[in-house]
Structures are given as C-alpha cells and as structure tokens.
Design a protein around this ligand. Structure first.
Ligand SMILES: Cc1cc2nc3c(=O)[nH]c(=O)nc-3n(C[C@H](O)[C@H](O)[C@H](O)COP(=O)(O)OP(=O)(O)OC[C@H]3O[C@@H](n4cnc5c(N)ncnc54)[C@H](O)[C@@H]3O)c2cc1C
Length: 348
C-alpha cells in the first residue's frame, strides 16, 4: 500500500476513517466498484483492534479460515486491499469532518494538519482511537514498551521470562493460559478472587494452577514498580497491596497489564452524526448515516440486530460500497458483478 507523506492530497472518491479489519476490507470492496480510497488511522499500523490488542490471538470465525491469528488476518486484508492501491495516512487522528457545499465534497482534517477531500466518507472507526487503561502507578510511563506492556506484540520475547499478568477478564486469562509453559513463571494478579471469563476458560485456568504453571495472586492490586538498579526502565519487581493494608513483592521481568480499553471517539461526537452510546445509527440496507454521503461500518455502526463481529463488518463494507456508488452516480444504473469478473489478477 502507498503511505503518502505529503500534506497535500487531491480529491478522492472515498475517505475511510479507520484502518481496522473492516476499513481495510472496505478498500477492496470500494475498489471492486471502481472507487479509489484514502484511509486515515490514528494508529501507526493498520489492523485496528486485531493489530493493537490481540495480534497473536487466534480467530476462529472468519469464513474460510478455521483458525487464523489476528496479525495474519490483517496481513491478508492488507494484501487484498493493496490490489486497489489505497493512499494510507497512519498515525493521524481525524479531528474535523465538514461538508464543502461549493466543491460538493467532504473535507477531513487530521491532527497533523493534513486536509483530505473526498466525495463520500466511510467511518470505520470501531471503538474510536483507543488506548489501554493504564494502572494508576506513578512513573509507569518510564517502563512502557520496555518491561511494561498492555498488549502482546512479540510473544517470543516473553519466552523464559518471569511474568506478572494483571487483570481479571478474558485478555489476562487468555494470555496467562497461552503463555503457561513458555514463561519461566506466571503470576496472575487480580483485585478479586473471582475472574470474569467463560466457564471453559476458568476451568482451563484451574487446571493450569493445579499443574503449577500459573500462580494466582488474589485479591491484590498493583501498587508500584521497583526498577533494576542498573536499568531504570526495566522492572525488578512488582509491588502489590491488598484491601487490608497487606503487601507483597513479586520478582518479575515483565508486567502485562490488561485493564481494558479507554475508547476515544472524541472528535466524532462533533460531526453531527448523532453519535449515541459510542455508536452511529445507520440504515441497515445501505449503512448510510443521517448525513447523505457519510456511511458508517464495523463496530461503530449500529442498527437493530447488529452483531459486532469482523464478518458482519465485511458484509457492511460491501453494502456501503454499493450504496456509495449510487450516491456518487445519481440516476445511473449498475449491474451486479461478482469479484470473479471485476478482479483480473489478484495474487493468491
Ligand atoms: C480480545 C478481542 C478478541 C476478539 N476476537 C474476535 C473474534 O474472534 N471474532 C470477531 O469477529 N471479532 C473479534 N473481536 C472484535 C473485533 O476485533 C472487532 O469487531 C473489529 O476489530 C472491528 O473492526 P473495525 O474495523 O470496525 O474497528 P477497529 O478494529 O476498532 O478499528 C478502528 C480503527 O479506527 C481508528 N480510528 C478511530 N477513530 C479515529 C479517528 N478519529 N481518526 C483516525 N483513526 C481513527 C482506530 O485507531 C482503529 O485503528 C475481538 C476483539 C477483542 C478486543
């Protein structure tokens, strides 16, 4: 894909806000119907939640793939999108979206000062430009990316390490189970004795604890980090506190903290699209929002019966592409064409 570095961008057919799995697939669906896309994402990488939160976790409900790791899915979606050579603007958050009546287009402004003009807009912003919830530990920033992580991006780097995994939900449990047997030691820290996870996951956790692969440390909260004497951005131990004033110190190399996401839909609130409860209401047949020419797809789009799944978002991308083509070509009739006829030479 082309990563365009200049600030000047000409008029595009479509601007897609969000390069998550759904935004990426939209590039392909719009491309099939002859529309060129520019894609903007606040993250430095494509793939949205798949890339940022769970790249090495397997996904089992992508049609045609009995199992595929999230990172591999993103790679394949990128490959599929690149057939239509989208222009990608990464590491830029869209802050403004306005309609330009004089030029019959939309103007999109990013926090890096870029202005993009497009004849129609697709909002594939998922849960927003998100970031992890940080544990409330003073000075934790100094360790982030070195010995404190909020997502696992390089599983191999954890092999043989002493890990403190903090959190009580699926991410903490899934990773504790996935890394059991690979790490030298796993402490699973939670402020309650009970975990919030599917019964099968809890059963797997109990079994791993019984085998001595995971040590439960509950009910404790993270209270501080002690740095290595000769490497101030690497932890030597994780300090804990319980509700009764008790403390514990866990010797560790890495802290993995899974305290959920802080979602920042931020500027989208100001675009007059009736964002409510983190969602944009759309017409389920066309994915059109209340503003003609602006479509919403993926996790951010809502209608009766909506399922927040990647495969749902893929179908929504196709629906939006057909609706946007009609919007851009009023009065023109199109015949339905399958991808087999529309794409000539996609690499396998
Ligand atoms: C741990 C976990 C496991 C999951 N497992 C599955 C599974 O097995 N199967 C399944 O179908 N789904 C699963 N999901 C859900 C799935 O990841 C989401 O449904 C999917 O990512 C939604 O895709 P999206 O493209 O709509 O949004 P996202 O993936 O959220 O991508 C949206 C992108 O938009 C960007 N963005 C937002 N606002 C702006 C802005 N103003 N400017 C620029 N960029 C912006 C964000 O940075 C982000 O990259 C899982 C989710 C999690 C957290």
């Amino acid at each position: 894909m082309v990563t365009e570095m200049t600030k000047a961008t000409g008029m595009s057919d479509i601007a897609i806000i969000g390069a998550g799995p759904v935004g990426l697939f939209a590039v392909f669906e719009f491309g099939l119907l002859g529309m060129k896309c520019q894609v903007i994402d606040a993250l430095e990488q494509v793939g949205g939640q798949c890339a940022a939160l769970y790249p090495e976790k397997p996904i089992y409900d992508i049609p045609g793939f009995p199992r595929i790791d999230a990172a591999a899915l993103v790679e394949r979606l990128s490959q599929q999108a690149s057939h239509f050579a989208p222009i990608l603007h990464l590491g830029e958050q869209v802050t403004r979206l306005t309609r330009d009546l004089a030029d019959s287009c939309f103007r999109i402004t990013t926090d890096k000062g870029r202005e993009i003009m497009a004849r129609a807009v697709v909002i594939a912003a998922g849960v927003g430009a998100f970031g992890p919830n940080r544990p409330p530990i003073g000075g934790i920033e100094a360790f982030e990316g070195k010995s404190v992580f909020y997502a696992v991006k390089d599983r191999e780097a954890l092999r043989g390490k002493r890990l403190v995994i903090a959190g009580g939900g699926d991410s903490a449990l899934d990773w504790a189970l996935a890394l059991a047997g690979e790490a030298a030691k796993i402490y699973l820290v939670h402020r309650r004795a009970k975990f919030r996870a599917a019964p099968a996951t809890i059963a797997a956790l109990d079994a791993a604890v019984a085998r001595g692969e995971i040590e439960l440390v509950t009910p404790y909260q993270l209270a501080g980090l002690t740095a290595q004497a000769d490497a101030p951005d690497h932890i030597a131990s994780v300090e804990l506190a319980d509700m009764d004033g008790g403390t514990r110190s866990l010797p560790a190399d890495i802290l993995l903290a899974f305290f959920g996401l802080s979602m920042n839909l931020g500027p989208i609130n100001d675009w007059g699209l009736g964002l409510s409860d983190q969602h944009i209401a759309v017409d389920a047949a066309s994915m059109a929002t209340t503003t003609p020419g602006i479509f919403a797809i993926g996790d951010i789009a809502h209608y009766a019966g909506k399922l927040k799944l990647i495969l749902t978002g893929f179908a929504e991308a196709a629906q939006a592409a057909h609706a946007a083509r009609s919007f851009l070509n009023p009065g023109k009739e199109f015949h339905f064409v399958h991808s087999t006829s529309a794409v000539k030479d996609v690499e396998g």
